[in-house]
Design a protein around this ligand. Structure first.
Ligand code: ATP
Length: 257
């Protein structure tokens, strides 16, 4: 990535949480740039600070030290594991909610929401309420809701974490397709090495807590991609390298307990 091609950049971000008078150093001098129109996957041992870094980049958590800068417009949408859907609103109204907040007129809201409902395969469920949907459908709804406002940056924290393996594969394929059509700037936090490689242009691997970026690895796979890429020798070689990095970190964090 060209150094000047970033859309959002975290520089020397340090985060200390204080609970019951005790400080926990969650992040230490983390640097991470998201290139415009690129997909970055963030992976690391449990508790290393991935969610904290995502939240700081998204501006919903403040760094103790360091800064987050935007180059130009940086409208941000989030997708979280727990969906954060409104149970009292229909599918259509859940998708349209962000547009309503942005002051978009009702007719345009409906049209734009309908397009995204169809893109994520929820046509026919416009009037359903979230509790009548399966976990996979709820996740598709969250994805539609995040994309419909046409954000510059999408921040996704373990969006597929609660799904069974088969639903997860389907949604990964959906996300691949949607991303390849829209080329949003994306940061995806995931525990799945396969997901990180399949979706990402780059995989950033974090060290154990206090989190730092241990490696930024480019994914050497052409697009468009599909689940079949997972058996490509280059995919397997990169997975092996990431496994080695993570293995060292996880072992070291167990030893320091
Ligand atoms: N609001 C908070 N108050 C106090 N400590 C926190 C808070 N949020 C996170 N932490 C601590 O900061 C560290 C990093 O947490 P974070 O959730 O960012 O890690 P993570 O890498 O996303 O974890 P996981 O992979 O298990 O979801 C952990 O030690 C966690 O306990």
């Amino acid at each position: 990535m060209a150094e000047d091609d970033w859309l959002i950049r975290a520089s020397a971000v340090t985060k200390v949480f204080t609970t019951n008078g005790r400080g926990v150093l969650a992040l230490e001098e983390v640097n991470l740039s998201l290139a415009r129109g690129s997909f970055t996957s963030l992976i690391g041992p449990s508790g290393c600070g991935k969610s904290t870094l995502l939240r700081i980049i998204g501006g919903i958590e403040t760094p103790s030290q360091g800064s987050v800068e935007h180059a130009g417009s940086a409208r941000i949408s989030f997708v979280f594991q727990d969906h954060a859907l409104f149970p009292w609103l229909t599918v259509l109204d859940n998708v349209a909610f962000g547009l309503k907040m942005a002051g978009v007129e009702p007719e345009e809201r409906k049209q734009r929401s309908q397009i995204w409902i169809e893109r994520v395969g929820l046509a026919g469920f416009e009037k359903a309420f979230p509790n009548a949907l399966s976990g996979g459908m709820r996740q598709r709804l969250s994805i539609a809701r995040a994309f419909v406002t046409e954000p510059d940056i999408l921040l996704m924290d373990e969006p597929m974490g609660a799904l069974d393996e088969q639903t997860r594969l389907l949604i990964q394929e959906d996300l691949l397709r949607l991303w390849e059509e829209t080329r949003k700037t994306v940061l995806l936090v995931t525990h799945s090495i396969d997901e990180a490689i399949l979706l990402g242009d780059r995989v950033s691997v974090m060290s154990r807590r206090p989190g730092r970026i241990k490696a930024n690895l480019d994914v050497p796979l052409e697009r468009p991609r599909s689940l079949h890429n997972m058996t490509d020798p280059r995919f397997v070689a990169l997975k092996d390298a990431i496994l080695n990095d993570l293995h060292d970190e996880v072992m070291a964090s167990m030893e320091s307990r």
